[in-house]
Structure formats: structure tokens, C-alpha cells
Design a protein around this ligand. Structure first.
Ligand SMILES: Cc1cc2nc3c(=O)[nH]c(=O)nc-3n(C[C@H](O)[C@H](O)[C@H](O)COP(=O)(O)OP(=O)(O)OC[C@H]3O[C@@H](n4cnc5c(N)ncnc54)[C@H](O)[C@@H]3O)c2cc1C
Length: 500
């Protein structure tokens, strides 16, 4: 027990480099948050232990189960078969998710092509009725799966279809050839040594730098870089607003779970980069669900180092040691701390980062797993696809038909905008299997600047930040792995254990 009567977990023995010649130096690292960013950070460090340095990694999460899988559920489908359901969806596409694919492969995890088919509908402002305007059979779909919506006349559909295909090909060509202004590509990120050499002409990286800096000289601290929005990019290339709104904006609203205005104003570079890299690529799902990834990523950690249901309340610095204080008033001592939580929580725990994160915006997103088929009543039954997008004046509702009779509805709405308890009679409470709420960071210019600033502060006082948002790309799972890789490389460099 500590002096004040509270319990204390093991005094820090790490980072001393005073051990016997033959034994590795033990560096104790706390990872706060067990979403994919925290799990990947812990995994990379735990498996990086070698004859010189051994990383003793502890994971903390306020959830009673690992965050990456804590909202997932098990339910019976309409045929009485028990199904595991990832909440939220954890899909990843070829081309864009290179790091995640490589990580999952190295862990021996199985994943499969989801072969999604899509329906696109919109709520008409004057009547409040929903109209299906496009069906898409996906990458490998049949012509029928992508055919004419039931309620559309053949002539109108044919002319619309030709126009959509023309603008889709034009948009794809522009995305392949044109680079939006002001984007920072993660591929341009270089090591601190390279960045320093470019600026100052010598090899020595300045202390306190994170692992990555950017090659882009214009990405300065004051946020003065001109960043072209998606809307500006579309105007520059004369892409009609109806095409952008009905297809590009509607899709990215569903993917990023945010409103249409945010997507129109989002950095075009992110969206074009995603479009370019995923063109013609499959969308994958983990065959063993998120829990297969959780099992593989936590396998190298000692069970007693995984602290679940333990909310971290404060971080206190004492010389070279960080003391983590939990809500239960337990104290744990570490050399390095990785904050792998939403930025609002990072700033609560480490106040010096408040000004860095000031302009980051986040949205609350609701995901309902349920059995109420009325949610798709706006569609003719022949038009129901795997992913059914409903564009409203605000954003996009997405209903994924998971299994016979089981639906996952993200950002549910009532058609008339009055979201009562049952979403305008669309999802009865009695048919809800689970209802989850997530905080999702929105990719805005403010986030672009915050990430640039944070990158310069990575590792200062041995505090590191990882998360799906902590990279130069859309707020998706790939950002978790990219930021985890960067943070772990940084810690290893600081420990004199160069990852090469
Ligand atoms: C509805 C929805 C659908 C999505 N679909 C996809 C998709 O298909 N593909 C894709 O690539 N991305 C998708 N995303 C995005 C992606 O899932 C998230 O961005 C990503 O999972 C975030 O991971 P993270 O590790 O950064 O943070 P999180 O998963 O948010 O983890 C942070 C963890 O920190 C814990 N925590 C916070 N504060 C404390 C504290 N003080 N003490 C202890 N623990 C704390 C939390 O409990 C949480 O478990 C989706 C997001 C949403 C919301």
C-alpha cells in the first residue's frame, strides 16, 4: 500500500540502463485505451523486446472488455443460427489499408472479400418520401444487382445511368491524375533524422521529436497551409454538384459517419487519396470478427498487465517517471505513456496538449443492431442490398443487412426528421439487440493542423499519442496502425533500440 493508504503497483525499475551487462534493460510503458490504436501499439512494443531492451507493456481501458471489441454482440439470426456481430463495422479495403492488411497477415488472421452490394436512396425535401436513385452491384456484382430501381421508369433510369457512369469515370480519372491543393500524404512522412537533415544539414534529430515529421515545408505550426476542400476541388474540375452530393458525399458521409457539410468542407486530398487507392479494390472483413484480432494482438502481453474496467483519471510526472492514477486510486509507474484515446480524453489527461487539440471536432455516432425490418420499408424489397444508404438533408443513414433478419443501422433517422424513440416507427425498442454510441473525430482542416502540431510534440516528456485520427488520412482503422507504428518506432529510438 502507498503512504496514503491506496494500493500501488510495482515501483519503476525501468530505463535505468544500469542492469547487468547480459540482461536487457526493462522499459515500462503504459498504453491507455484498447481500441485498435492501443492494441497495435502494445503489440508492436511487446514483440520488439530484444537482448538490449525489453518492453514491459501495460494496457488500460475503462471498458470492462477490450475496446476494439467491447460493443460487439452475439445474436440469433432469423434462421436460429448464432452470429457474432462487430459493432461498429470493421471493414477495410485493399489499396488504402496497407498497414492493417500487413499486420493481420503477420498475425495469421483470416479475412474475406465482403462483396458488398449497395442501394442509394434520398429523402425528398418537399414530400418527405424516400426515393431510390441507384443500385450498385459492387466490384463483382451482377448486372441485376446493379440494375434499375423498381420504382424508376426505364427511360429516366437509362439517361440517369449513362450520366452517372460518365461522371464516375471522369471523377475517377481526375482522382487518378490530379492532386488536390494542400494535402499532406502520409507517404511523404519521413523520419525525424531525414527531416532534421533537410532543415539543418546534419544527421542529429532534435530531442523530443516524434518518429515522423512531414516532408511538406508548408505544413507549419500556424496552420497557414491552404487546404482545398472537396467542394472546391469538384468546382475546379467542373464536376456537377448532383453527382458529388448523391454519390461521393453520400458515401463518405456514411463511411465517416458525419454530415454532408463536413464532407464537402473536408480536405479533398484525403478523399481523393482514398478514392485513388481503393479503385477496383475489394472491401474485407475479418472472418473471425474483431475478437480474432483482439486475441492475436493481446497474446504477447502478460494477463496481469491488461487492466480492464480501469479508468485512468490523471497522469503525474515525477522526474523521469509517470505515475498513472486510476479512478480506484491505484497508482502505476511508467517510463513512457501512450495515450490511445479520443483527443478530448487525451487533453483531459495531459493538459499541455489542450491548445494543440483545441480545433479538433468530434461527432457522436449511434449504431443500432436490431431485427426491425421496417427500417428498410422505404425500399422496394427487390431493391434491398447489403448496404442501404439513405441520404437525408443532413447526412447518410446506413443499414447493413448482416444476416437474415439482423440489421445494423448507423446514424438512424426518421424520414421526417423527428427522431423520436423509435425513429418515426422504423426501429421498435423491443427489436433492438444493442445500441452503442461512439465519439468519432471529424477530418477537418483543424484536425490536419492539430496532427501536424502533435507530430512535433510526440515523445516530449515521454508522452505519445496514437489513434485513428493521428495520421494524415481519413479517420479509419488504418490510422490506428499507422500511428501505432510511428509511436513504437519513436519509443524504440528514444530507448536507443533503433528499429532501423
Ligand atoms: C459507426 C462507426 C463505423 C466505423 N466503421 C469503420 C470501418 O468500417 N472501417 C474503418 O476503417 N473504420 C471505421 N470506423 C472508424 C474506426 O472504427 C475508429 O476510428 C477506430 O476504431 C478508433 O480506434 P482508436 O483506437 O483510435 O480509438 P477507440 O476505439 O475510441 O479506443 C479508445 C479507448 O480508450 C478508452 N479510454 C478513453 N479514455 C480512457 C481513460 N481515461 N482511461 C482508460 N481508458 C480510456 C475507451 O474506453 C476506448 O476503448 C468506424 C467508426 C464508427 C463510429
Amino acid at each position: 500500500m502507498a503512504d496514503d493508504g491506496s494500493s500501488t503497483i510495482s515501483a519503476e525499475s525501468s530505463d535505468s540502463s544500469q542492469g547487468e551487462l547480459a540482461s536487457p534493460r526493462v522499459v515500462k510503458v503504459a498504453v491507455i485505451g484498447t481500441g485498435l490504436a492501443g492494441l497495435a501499439s502494445a503489440y508492436y512494443l511487446a514483440t520488439a523486446s530484444n537482448s538490449r531492451v525489453q518492453y514491459n507493456v501495460h494496457l488500460f481501458d475503462e471498458n470492462s472488455s477490450i475496446g476494439f471489441d467491447s460493443s460487439s454482440v452475439t445474436a440469433m439470426d432469423g434462421n436460429g443460427i448464432e452470429r457474432r456481430i462487430d459493432v461498429p463495422m470493421r471493414s477495410f479495403a485493399g489499396g488504402y489499408y496497407k498497414r492493417i492488411i500487413s499486420l493481420y497477415k503477420s498475425l495469421g488472421l483470416q479475412f474475406h472479400d465482403a462483396k458488398f452490394t449497395y442501394s442509394f436512396s434520398e429523402v425528398e425535401e418537399d414530400s418527405g418520401d424516400a426515393r431510390t436513385y441507384f443500385l450498385h452491384g459492387g466490384r463483382q456484382g451482377t448486372f441485376r444487382q446493379g440494375g434499375k430501381p423498381s420504382r424508376q421508369g426505364t427511360l429516366k433510369w437509362t439517361s440517369d445511368f449513362v450520366a452517372v457512369i460518365f461522371w464516375y469515370l471522369y471523377f475517377s480519372l481526375i482522382a487518378a491524375l490530379s492532386t488536390p491543393k494542400g494535402g499532406v500524404s502520409f507517404e511523404n512522412a519521413v523520419s525525424p533524422q531525414t527531416a532534421h537533415k533537410k532543415r539543418f544539414g546534419n544527421d542529429e534529430a532534435p530531442k523530443g521529436y516524434g518518429t515522423l515529421d512531414t516532408d511538406d515545408e508548408s505544413s507549419v505550426e500556424d496552420g497557414s497551409r491552404e487546404i482545398e476542400s472537396l467542394q472546391e476541388f469538384a468546382r475546379r474540375w467542373h464536376i456537377p454538384a448532383w453527382f458529388m452530393d448523391r454519390f461521393v458525399v453520400a458515401l463518405f458521409c456514411a463511411m465517416s459517419t458525419c454530415d454532408a457539410r463536413t464532407i464537402r468542407n473536408a480536405p479533398a486530398a484525403d478523399i481523393i487519396d482514398y478514392k485513388r487507392k481503393t479503385f477496383g479494390q475489394p472491401h474485407y472483413l475479418l472472418s473471425g470478427n474483431s475478437r480474432s484480432a483482439v486475441a492475436a494482438l493481446t497474446a504477447p502481453l502478460a494477463k496481469e498487465n491488461i487492466h480492464l474496467g480501469v479508468a485512468v483519471k490523471a497522469m503525474l510526472s515525477e522526474g523521469t517517471t509517470w505515475t498513472i492514477r486510476t479512478v480506484a486510486e491505484d497508482y502505476h509507474h511508467f517510463s513512457h505513456v501512450i495515450l490511445a484515446t479520443a483527443p478530448s480524453r487525451v487533453a483531459e489527461l495531459h493538459r499541455p496538449l489542450v491548445p494543440v487539440f483545441r480545433d479538433i471536432k468530434a461527432k457522436i455516432v449511434r449504431v443500432i443492431v436490431h431485427t426491425d425490418d421496417r427500417v428498410l420499408n422505404f425500399l422496394e424489397s427487390d431493391d434491398i442490398r447489403d448496404l442501404n444508404l439513405l441520404k437525408t438533408s443532413i447526412g447518410t443513414e446506413a443499414t447493413h443487412v448482416l444476416f437474415p433478419g439482423i440489421y445494423q443501422t448507423t446514424s438512424p433517422t426518421s424520414l421526417n426528421g423527428d427522431c423520436g424513440e423509435d425513429y418515426g416507427g422504423r426501429i421498435a425498442k423491443s427489436k433492438v439487440i444493442s445500441e452503442s454510441v461512439f465519439e468519432r473525430v471529424v477530418r477537418t482542416n483543424g484536425l490536419v493542423d492539430a496532427v501536424t502540431k502533435m507530430r512535433r510534440r510526440q515523445g516530449q516528456h515521454n508522452v505519445w499519442v496514437a489513434g485513428s485520427w493521428m495520421w494524415d488520412g481519413l479517420v479509419l482503422l488504418e490510422g490506428c496502425v499507422a500511428s501505432a507504428e510511428a509511436v513504437c518506432d519513436g519509443i524504440r529510438r528514444k530507448c536507443g533500440d533503433d528499429p532501423g
